[in-house]
Design a protein around this ligand. Structure first.
Ligand code: CAA
Length: 295
């Protein structure tokens, strides 16, 4: 009989990928008491990730959101490596947050599957690649799912847990329980659909905002003001594109168009232009807003 995942058997977690999402997700697991290894092929990215975690957790302690003992012990539970597969041998749960490319993720899933203990769940943080296109690269399709966090992961409460047709109930229940251990609000998604749920809601708002701006009905700044002050959103759709990344917004849309072939799913021309100009938002200093000009 196949070993079934169980929340009480999870002690060590491997996060593959030390970009913005992997960095904050690793910190979340460590704050919840898990031993965490973050892996990346790029050693300098790991150095940046370690520094970012120190900075973010230091701020939580300064603001009294967490005690300095909690932060120190979380930091002590975190390690970093360029050898994902050695770390996978000891992991009870693996969260992949690497680059959004199916070929790379399939190879990773095959290698992680070969290294990880039988009971381990292999989850992907991907918002665009459903686990059904990764599961057959492994020998454990029933222990594969999406565990999708939102940006910034330390702050946003929602985690979508998305099952593929083979995912077992034990895998879903364990991943949901793990999200709860992090203090998150899990949302179970019973069937894969491009964009899952939250990004489909966001997409509808963003599409309308881009149309209004392109038609000159209102400036992007004023559309953001309307979203904040009329709808109570913490950020307007243009500020949010800059936070998440124009490149991410563009590539998510392009991937959806590739899946559906529907011209209505093509990235908006304004997004395409900014993507081609390399204006990716906060990370490049310029997106809809100009961050370099700010004090
Ligand atoms: N990383 C970690 N923490 C951050 C942060 C970041 N990048 N930016 C802000 N924070 C923290 C701050 O430290 C602060 O913490 P405290 O409350 O403990 O002081 C808290 O968030 C609030 O920050 P600020 O007071 O500076 O600013 P704010 O009130 O405007 O909040 C925000 C910032 C949390 C980002 C808020 O504007 C927000 O919720 N925006 C919407 C974000 C959103 O919709 N995310 C979903 C994106 S879609 C996605 O992620 C899907 C995908 O698949 C790509």
């Amino acid at each position: 009989m196949k070993p079934q995942p169980n929340i009480d058997a999870i002690r060590r977690i491997l996060v593959v990928g030390s970009g913005a999402m992997g960095t904050q997700i690793g910190a979340l697991f460590a704050l919840a008491g898990y031993d965490v290894t973050t892996s990346d092929l790029d050693a300098s990215a790991l150095d940046r990730s370690r520094e970012e975690v120190r900075r973010r957790l230091g701020r939580l302690a300064e603001k009294g959101r967490r005690s300095s003992e909690e932060v120190e012990s979380a930091l002590a539970r975190m390690s970093y490596t360029t050898d994902s597969f050695a770390a996978a041998c000891e992991a009870d749960f693996i969260l992949e947050a690497a680059v959004e490319r199916i070929d790379i993720k399939r190879k990773l899933f095959a290698d992680l599957d070969a290294a990880a203990p039988d009971h381990a769940i292999l989850a992907t943080n991907s918002s665009t690649i459903p686990s059904s296109v990764l599961m057959d690269a492994t020998t454990r399709p029933d222990r594969v799912c999406n565990m999708h966090f939102f940006n910034p992961a330390l702050v946003m409460a929602c985690v979508e847990v998305v099952r593929n047709p083979e995912t077992s109930d034990a895998t879903v229940d364990t991943t949901v329980a793990l999200a709860e251990k992090l203090g998150k609000q899990p949302v179970r998604i019973n069937r894969e659909i491009p964009g899952f749920v939250a990004n489909r809601l966001l997409r509808a708002l963003r599409a309308e905002a881009l149309e209004l701006e392109a038609a000159g009905i209102a400036s992007f700044e004023d559309i953001d003001v309307a979203a904040r002050t009329a709808l109570g959103h913490p950020m307007g759709p243009f500020e949010l594109m800059d936070l998440v990344g124009i490149d991410v917004a563009y590539l998510v849309r392009a991937a959806e168009h590739e899946q559906t072939g529907n011209p209505a799913d093509l990235p908006h021309p304004s997004l395409k232009k900014m993507y081609e100009q390399g204006h990716y938002g906060r990370k490049t200093g310029r997106g809809w807003y100009d961050y370099e000009a700010q004090p």
